[in-house]
Unconditional design. Structure first.
Length: 350
């Protein structure tokens, strides 16, 4: 049995997505935003689930009456972790309102750490308190409390977390805080930061970017602040300081008609358009190898048909070294597709 977390209210979207992927998949809502399913998560054909914020593979129900007992539950299951290999722990509450259970988690964390310090020091040394993407050697223990004395435990032994990285995220509950920066032209900048973190890569100095649908310029702002050069395409101009920035080349026009003269390091695209148009755009850019990496938002309106995302799941993975399709915490009304192309040359714009 696996547990899947989604944004509360999106349970039916995740169920529909599972049913498209696994014919006849049965799901049961255990708590708001928490689904139980018995589908087979095959490492050889890892599922891409845009609406699964996090997955707890092979989870089982557990209960404990005290902090000390919770520490012991964790201690028991960590005996299964391979010696000398990195592992991580995600401890998270899933009950009450904002902040509920956080203190309890801290105390459980301390109680468990103390047990390891006394009885299993080798595990303490291999414990990675990090949120960077999983390596093939990383194992993951997840404890999700649905009440102070009950919850679910999942132990995923390497290379499973890495193999299932399209639906098992290196962040507890798959959540990332929404960044804020008052100097950015708009809040859209938080989407790019989150997408980079999920991809495990950042736009770097001297890289080249094409930013489609760039106005008012938050994504361009992030890229130029890192020292990258940006061709920004929009029908409207960017904020004045960005228009004057020597690293920015603004091209007024239709994002869907823009083709770079040479491949670029990054395609960034946040155009407001029908989902099929943005999906067609990212497929063209990747199939024609116009970029090495891409972060593209797919926007939906009203009664959205999320089945439109399915072609991305089939077409892009064979062309990509890394590929993610997800709903960002920074924006709930769109999906974000990001990735790195396979065996790409190291292109530079002339
Ligand atoms: C959500 S905003 C982009 C925000 C931007 N990423 C930022 O960080 O500031 C979407 C933009 O897409 C632009 N847009 C929509 N259709 C377009 C098209 N066909 N060609 C160029 N720009 C387009 C709009 O003008 C708008 O500025």
């Amino acid at each position: 049995m696996h547990l899947l977390l989604t944004e509360p209210g999106d349970e039916s979207l995740l169920t529909d997505e599972l049913k498209r992927m696994f014919v006849g998949a049965e799901t049961e809502i255990v708590a708001p935003g928490l689904l139980r399913t018995a589908v087979t998560l095959q490492a050889s054909a890892p599922p891409v689930l845009a609406f699964a914020r996090q997955t707890l593979p092979d989870a089982h129900a557990v209960s404990a009456a005290s902090i000390r007992e919770w520490g012991e539950r964790l201690f028991e299951v960590t005996s299964r972790l391979p010696e000398g290999q990195p592992w991580r722990l995600h401890l998270a509450p899933h009950y009450g309102g904002e902040g509920a259970g956080e203190n309890r988690m801290r105390f459980i964390h301390e109680a468990f750490r103390e047990l390891l310090r006394k009885k299993r020091r080798y595990l303490l040394r291999a414990w990675e308190e990090s949120e960077v993407p999983f390596r093939e050697s990383t194992s993951l223990v997840q404890l999700l409390l649905t009440a102070p004395d009950a919850g679910f435990l999942s132990v995923s032994i390497a290379p499973h977390p890495w193999q299932l990285r399209h639906c098992v995220w290196p962040f507890p509950k798959g959540e990332l805080p929404v960044a804020s920066d008052k100097s950015a032209p708009s809040r859209a900048f938080a989407k790019l930061l989150e997408a980079e973190q999920r991809l495990g890569l950042r736009i770097a100095a001297d890289e080249t970017c094409v930013d489609l649908g760039a106005c008012p310029g938050s994504w361009t702002y992030v890229a130029v602040n890192r020292g990258a050069r940006v061709i920004a395409v929009d029908r409207s101009s960017l904020r004045e300081d960005l228009m004057a920035n020597p690293l920015v080349s603004f091209q007024q026009g239709d994002a869907f008609k823009f083709v770079p003269e040479a491949p670029v390091d990054w395609l960034l695209c946040d155009v407001i358009a029908a989902p099929e148009r943005s999906i067609g755009l990212v497929l063209d850019w990747v199939q024609e190898r116009r970029c090495r990496r891409f972060i593209v938002t797919i926007k939906f309106k009203g009664q959205a048909d999320y089945a439109k995302l399915e072609p991305l799941k089939h077409t892009l993975p064979p062309l990509c070294k890394e590929f993610f399709l997800t709903r960002l915490c920074a924006n709930k009304n769109e999906a974000c597709v990001m990735g790195t192309l396979l065996d790409s040359p190291s292109p530079r714009l002339t």
